[in-house]
Design a protein around this ligand. Structure first.
Ligand code: PGA
Length: 250
């Protein structure tokens, strides 16, 4: 665990064919020429994990996947286990993203079980929480994200490398972002919930901010209190934009 260095992770979601690998290569080449202060990862569709690993061989960029089943293997057509992601070369995995919560009804208990599965396979989980716009407007943000954090983070995380990502649902893919005060307020509440839940391990793990992180707002966000990095969607598909965000943490 290297909590002193920020963690900046690209989440490609369901985007990316062979042709997208050149963006990842460009990121890796830039980091080889000029190392970044941040640890950098790319969480790509399962179909690209092995190819990304080959494209990035010897690079500092960490390969990751998105979502994993709770079981090692079984009759679960269309699903991928944490062991399969690891076998393909992943070291990180994004879990409980609001698109999983929203599109597939995944809740906090399932998030905890998926996180345990990721740890079982030796992956570093990035567990996402965040409020909807309606919840924020009702003044329930801190209550919602505290509950999500407390239930989604299993005890098994004690002593293990992981990250929590605060991703307000209304900021994802919209170009909207919370104010820095709102980010700091949320991250402060999350830190408190993590420490309550996991003790020292909850103190050491970074809290990433995610939701419309762009080159123009990255420096402010990355230097906000209790922000230990970023989870970047759209901008991570473009090497120039992703690199600008990575450099904003230097
Ligand atoms: P965005 O996505 O950067 O495109 O808003 C963030 C995320 O969903 O992780």
């Amino acid at each position: 665990m290297d909590s002193a260095r920020p963690l900046i992770v690209g989440n490609w979601k369901m985007f990316g064919l062979e042709s997208a690998l050149k963006q990842a290569r460009a990121v890796a080449e830039s980091l080889a020429r000029q190392p970044a202060r941040a640890r950098v990862g790319l969480c790509v569709p399962a179909t690209l994990i092995e190819r990304l690993g080959r494209a990035l061989a010897g690079s500092a960029v960490i390969v990751g996947g998105q979502d994993n089943h709770v079981e090692i293997e079984g009759p679960f057509t269309g699903d991928v286990s944490a062991e399969m992601l690891e076998d393909a070369g992943a070291r990180l995995v994004v879990l409980a993203h609001s698109e999983r919560r929203g599109c597939y009804g995944e809740g906090d208990e399932l998030a905890a079980r998926k996180t345990e599965a990721a740890l079982r396979a030796g992956l570093e989980p990035i567990v996402c929480v965040g409020e909807t716009l309606a919840e924020r407007q009702l003044g329930r943000t801190l209550e919602i994200i505290t509950r999500q954090t407390t239930v989604s983070l299993p005890e098994a995380l004690k002593g293990r490398a992981f990250a929590l990502a605060y991703e307000p649902v209304w900021a994802i893919g919209t170009g909207l972002t919370p104010t820095l005060d709102q980010i700091e307020e949320a991250h402060g509440a999350l830190r408190h919930a993590m420490v309550e839940r996991l003790g020292d391990s909850g103190l050491a793990a970074p809290i990433l901010y995610g939701g419309s992180v762009k080159p123009a707002n990255a420096a402010d966000i990355l230097h906000a209190r209790e922000v230990g990095g970023a989870l970047v969607g759209g901008a991570s598909l473009n090497a120039e934009e992703f690199l600008a965000i990575i450099r904003a943490a230097d």
